[in-house]
Design a protein around this ligand. Sequence first.
Ligand code: NAD
Length: 349
Amino acid sequence: MKKKFAVVGYGGMGSWHVGHAQKSDVLELAGIYDIDENKRTLATERGIYAYSSLDELIGDKSVELVTVAIPNDVHLETVTRLLRGGKNVICEKPVALSSEDLEEMIKASKESGKLFTVHQNRRWDIDYLAMQQLADSGEIGKPIRVESRIHGSRGIPSDWRCHKQYGGGMILDWGVHLIDQLMLIYKNEKIATINCVITNITTDEVDDGFYLTITFESGAVAFCEVGTYNFIALPRFYMKAEKGSALITDWREKTKVAKCKYWHENDVLPVQTAAGLTKTMAPRDSVTLDEYELEIPKSDVHNFYRNVVKAIDGEEAQLVTHDQVRLVLKIMEQAFKSAELGQTIKFEY
Ligand code: NAD
């Protein structure tokens, strides 16, 4: 049976959740609540019930599940009120602005016995899934270095995201997704150090981009970069692994794989560079290298909500766990610390 569902915050992402629920096979939309009366009127005009207050929503006992899609600085209060009011809660990312806030949410979830999870929807992106499945399959061996980049050229949005007090900036906005993905690709590795450099090209108040290097105890490296002032974009994903390399140029492109068949080569044909010949940097030929493309993975983002509903009913474990979101938040906190100190820092779990 479908779960009665409501959304708090009827802005950009809240509207997405509403639209998603209207098509869902596991949710039945009960309504929305937004602090802004104009948003409530807009919802009503669209035929969606608008609760007049959070208390009215909490008082509607038919609603079992609520998604919170409001600016980052106000997640804590709304999430804890809903959990303590008996609702299962999905919070938008980034879940909180500090580990202390997250622990309060987890405490409210444990004490109320209600499910609490985070909308890490980019786990269903096909570019990430292709990299994660390639790493898991061992087809080109263990990843030595994975680089994950997103490059835009319009600066950061001019809404609350450009203000520190609301939890703005690109580490919290996009970094949270890229770090979450990388930690699932490298799920068995222990982090040794963190190095982060942030950029302030278009605004000083928050980071408008960053370069983050996570070095694992094994020596493997996860790197991610967000840029909002890149008029030529670098590829979305690059993986250097024990037996080959992989590249995804754009969000929905196929993965190009180059797998080393034989390490040893007999006759290397040098390439001509401006300053002379090089064999070291000459490309390999098909005798020693296998080059091919991977099929695009199948993905359905509705599976996030399907999992949440099954987890509420005790039929599945929740996919986005407290431990995972705790780790991503710690990485972001220590990324800010590293950037502030201008140093690589030892990671504290
Ligand atoms: P937005 O500014 O478009 O909408 C926020 C809405 O929340 C507004 O309508 C505002 O009136 C309302 N609001 C503010 N405080 C409130 C409160 N205390 N109670 C009720 N309503 C309140 O912002 P957005 O882009 O929708 O972002 C909302 C959240 O969703 C953020 O946490 C953001 O990081 C996240 N988000 C996630 C994704 C994703 O892909 N997972 C994408 C975009 C945004």
